[in-house]
Design a protein around this ligand. Structure first.
Ligand code: C2E
Ligand code: CA
Ligand code: CA
Length: 751
């Protein structure tokens, strides 16, 4: 009597079943669990289907795949990915055909997720426990044991475990993908590239080709329009255009809805991604999808979106910082850094032998500015910039290198006193007033300069300009090498520095760093001082370059590091527990092959807690030999020492690089602290650096804070730390201790 499917008896199901052989099911419902039966006995196939056939497991039906030999199974499995459970006969063509197949599935096909239940006709035959563990076999049953209920229970358990494994692996794969996608994204420069990348990678996470748009919501007077930042698939070529609400009503509505509700919206054929983030603009993306997303995919996209949102923010910040670093916001001309870049590239060119650099300084500008106001002054500068651009712009590089100083680079007969002074012959018309201006010019011929000495050329032009001003107004002066510090002078200073070091005329001073909210001191920066025999101080800006040039900086830098570490340890012993010491490290030190060993030794000898030592490196070091630097900084961080990027904001360009450096702190350059209360501009560089620091998880310190108003503004912007004359000047150690004792909010009870 054949058992009935509806029978609730727990009896053997395939005793004498004779149902027809079922072949590999071609079209399976998407949501079915795929169960594969591998057995050389056709009866087993039909009995299994009878037993399990129409019972859903976890609300999903079952679909069966069949193979009648191990060889056939290999073939089927090579192309089938999403099989949940395999019911496998141990003994087929050979005694061990089943176990061989398991090995093949796990080791060759690398299918680790599929659950395997072994079955054998011979009771008592069991594979080794080792095999069960090694090949991750879920269950082992003799066929006789596989009654209907037991079979159902075993398959249900296997499917549940398959589902969990899949979920974990999906998540892990997803996170992996997100991490990879996000890292790749950060390497892209500029908003359009980044947006296109985000669109492509969002689709990539779903295994799709990108087909959609990424939009920004922009204010257009009273209305707000959607601007397409990136477009792909059927929208290709439509980037940087407004999204047309008539033609793309569905897309436009969906995107607006996501922006309004601040969340991702999923429909059967679209994924609308809310990208939040930007303080300046808000973004959302619309992706066409062929099939509804699974929940795990939706969650994946959410994580991706929050990463992208921060990324979009950072890319906007970085490209704006980049503009500020290289361009003058008033005239939109290159600033001093921008002009130096232009000079550096000119100096490798062949045409430098006929080229000249001129600095053009407007006479009496400060007086005019004071008398008639900043706004009038700005108009004047714009007038000069416009005239230079219209008369010379085609042939020359023009920049604004300082308040009232412009720089010109070009052919020597174009960049000549006659041509330049010619610009000032006619008056400038400002607010219907004619204003007559004159200028003083410092010039250098670029033929004498080696590649990459743009900074030197600019300095020399400064010297020429000063000389021109001393001589006479409306004059000009050509620089010649004898005016600068010549080689002999440098050599003299090098000897003096060396003997000063030996004779202990050098010492270290400490400038406190404070927490802007509590005003507590949190640490100090060590700064080197040189008091010469005649009692005058030689500024580090003058002697450090010479120490670097001569190599003395290696010894000198090690000495400063050790002094600073020892001081930190002494302060620690006085009861200042978490007082951090910052030490400047020059590029030359960093490049030295033994730097790391030197640092390690200094840490050991002085017994400073590495976490309380911070090395300050300048942004310009940070841009050289990126790979080597990234490695070195990684090793330094492994020692527990932290890294601050000094003079931040003066000319970096790559966000991904900044991230790879793993710095802990950004130090806002003094120049940008100065401008925060002067400039009327909407958002200052300082503000952007603070925001960038926050986004990247770095702390931020402002240096050169001299006025209470600057401190207030910085605190209001969320800058946590500061350093500057407002709080304390750099001072010798005895004085530092006194200062710490009377500091308004002492750092520990002993003080
Ligand atoms: P830096 O690292 O940017 O150091 C900050 C400079 O700003 C210091 O000048 C400090 O005295 C000054 N400063 C601090 N607060 C204020 C303020 O409120 N207003 C103004 N106007 N200035 C302020 P300093 O000591 O003359 O050092 C100049 C540069 O020399 C340093 O710039 C650093 O690049 C270099 N330097 C100093 N000591 C060392 C050293 O031991 N090793 C190396 N490699 N470089 C050093
Ligand atoms: Ca510094
Ligand atoms: Ca600095």
């Amino acid at each position: 009597m054949p058992p009935s499917i509806t029978s609730s008896d727990d009896e053997l199901v395939f005793l004498d079943e004779r149902t027809p052989v079922v072949h590999v099911v071609e079209h399976m419902p998407e949501e079915a669990w795929r169960v594969m039966i591998i057995d050389d006995d056709a009866d087993v196939h039909s009995a299994t289907i009878l037993a399990l056939g129409n019972m859903p497991i976890q609300q999903r039906p079952l679909a069966f795949l069949h193979a009648y030999s191990a060889a056939e199974a290999r073939e089927v499995l090579a192309s089938e990915k999403d099989v949940a459970v395999i019911l496998l006969d141990v003994v087929m063509e050979r005694e061990d055909a089943g176990l061989q197949l398991v090995r093949h599935i796990r080791e060759v096909l690398k299918q680790s997720e599929v659950r395997i239940i072994l079955r054998t006709g011979q009771p008592g035959y069991a594979p080794e426990m080792d095999a069960i563990r090694d090949f991750d076999i879920n269950d082992y049953k003799s066929k006789a044991e596989l009654t209907r209920i037991k079979l159902y229970t075993a398959v249900t358990a296997a499917i549940r475990s398959y589902q969990q494994i899949r979920a974990i692996n999906d998540n892990r794969r997803g996170l992996d993908l997100i991490v990879r996608a996000s890292t790749e994204l950060m390497a892209l420069h500029g908003l359009p590239d980044f947006a296109a990348g985000a669109l492509a990678r969002a689709a990539g996470l779903l295994g799709l080709q990108p087909d959609g748009v990424l939009c920004a919501l922009e204010d257009q007077g009273t209305t707000r329009q959607l601007l397409t930042i990136a477009a792909a698939g059927r929208y290709a070529g439509r980037d940087s255009k407004p999204l047309d609400p008539r033609n793309d009503a569905a897309v436009s509505n969906a995107v607006r809805q996501a922006l309004a509700e601040r969340r991702n919206i999923h429909t059967p054929d679209s994924a609308v991604l809310y990208l939040a983030g930007s303080a300046h603009r808000r973004f959302a993306a619309y992706l066409h999808i062929p099939a509804p997303l699974r929940e795990v995919e939706q969650r994946l996209l959410e994580v991706f979106c929050s990463n992208v949102a921060i990324g979009l923010d950072n890319v906007e910040l970085v490209s704006r910082l980049h503009d500020f670093a290289f361009f003058d916001p008033l005239t939109k001309l290159p600033n001093r850094t921008g002009l130096k870049e232009a000079l550096d590239s000119k100096l490798v060119g062949v045409d430098k032998s006929y080229a000249t650099l001129a600095l053009v300084d407007i006479d009496h500008f400060a007086e005019t500015n004071d008398a008639l106001g900043h706004q009038f002054g700005d108009q004047l500068l714009l007038g000069v910039a416009a005239r230079m651009r219209s008369r010379l712009g085609k042939k020359l590089t023009i920049g604004r290198v300082g308040g009232d100083t412009f720089g010109l680079i070009g052919d020597s007969d174009q960049v000549s006193p006659a041509v330049i002074l010619g610009l000032f012959e006619e008056p400038f018309s400002i607010d219907n007033n004619d204003v007559q201006l004159s200028a003083t010019i410092g010039l250098v011929r670029l033929a004498d300069y080696a590649a990459d000495t743009g900074t030197d050329a600019l300095k020399d032009a400064d010297i020429a300009l000063k000389r021109a001003k001393l001589q006479q107004r409306s004059g000009h002066f050509y620089y010649s090498r004898s005016m600068g510090m010549d080689i002999r002078e440098r050599v003299r200073m090098m000897h003096a520095l060396r003997s000063a070091f030996q004779e202990r005329e050098l010492f270290v001073v400490y400038q406190p760093q404070i927490d802007l909210v509590s005003r507590k001191p949190v640490g100090a920066e060590a700064l080197l001082r040189w008091k010469s025999k005649d009692g005058s101080f030689i500024p580090p800006d003058r002697f450090i370059p010479i120490a670097e040039y001569s190599g003395l900086i290696i010894e000198l830098g090690e000495w400063v590091l050790r002094e600073a570490c020892m001081e930190q340890v002494r302060l620690q012993q006085l009861g200042l527990r978490d007082f951090r010491m910052s030490v400047n490290v020059s590029q030359v030190q960093f490049r030295h092959p033994h730097f790391l060993a030197m640092l390690r030794k200094a840490l050991e000898d002085t017994r400073i807690k590495p976490a309380l030592l911070e090395l300050e490196i300048t942004e310009s070091i940070a841009m050289e030999e990126p790979d080597a630097l990234i490695r070195l900084l990684g090793q330094i961080k492994q020692l527990g020492v932290s890294i601050a990027i000094d003079d931040f904001g003066t000319g970096f360009s790559s966000l991904s690089y900044l991230q790879q450096l793993q710095a802990d702190k950004l130090k806002i350059d003094r120049a940008f602290v100065n401008e925060i209360i002067q400039s009327a501009r909407g958002s200052s560089i300082a503000e952007m650096v603070i925001q960038l620091g926050r986004n990247l998880g770095m702390t931020v310190i402002a240096e050169g804070v001299e006025h209470e108003r600057q401190a207030d503004k910085l605190a209001a912007l969320g800058c946590p730390l500061a350093q500057g004359y407002l709080f304390a000047r750099p001072m010798p150690r005895e004085q530092l201790i006194e200062w710490l004792q009377q500091a308004p909010h002492p750092d520990s009870s002993r003080f």
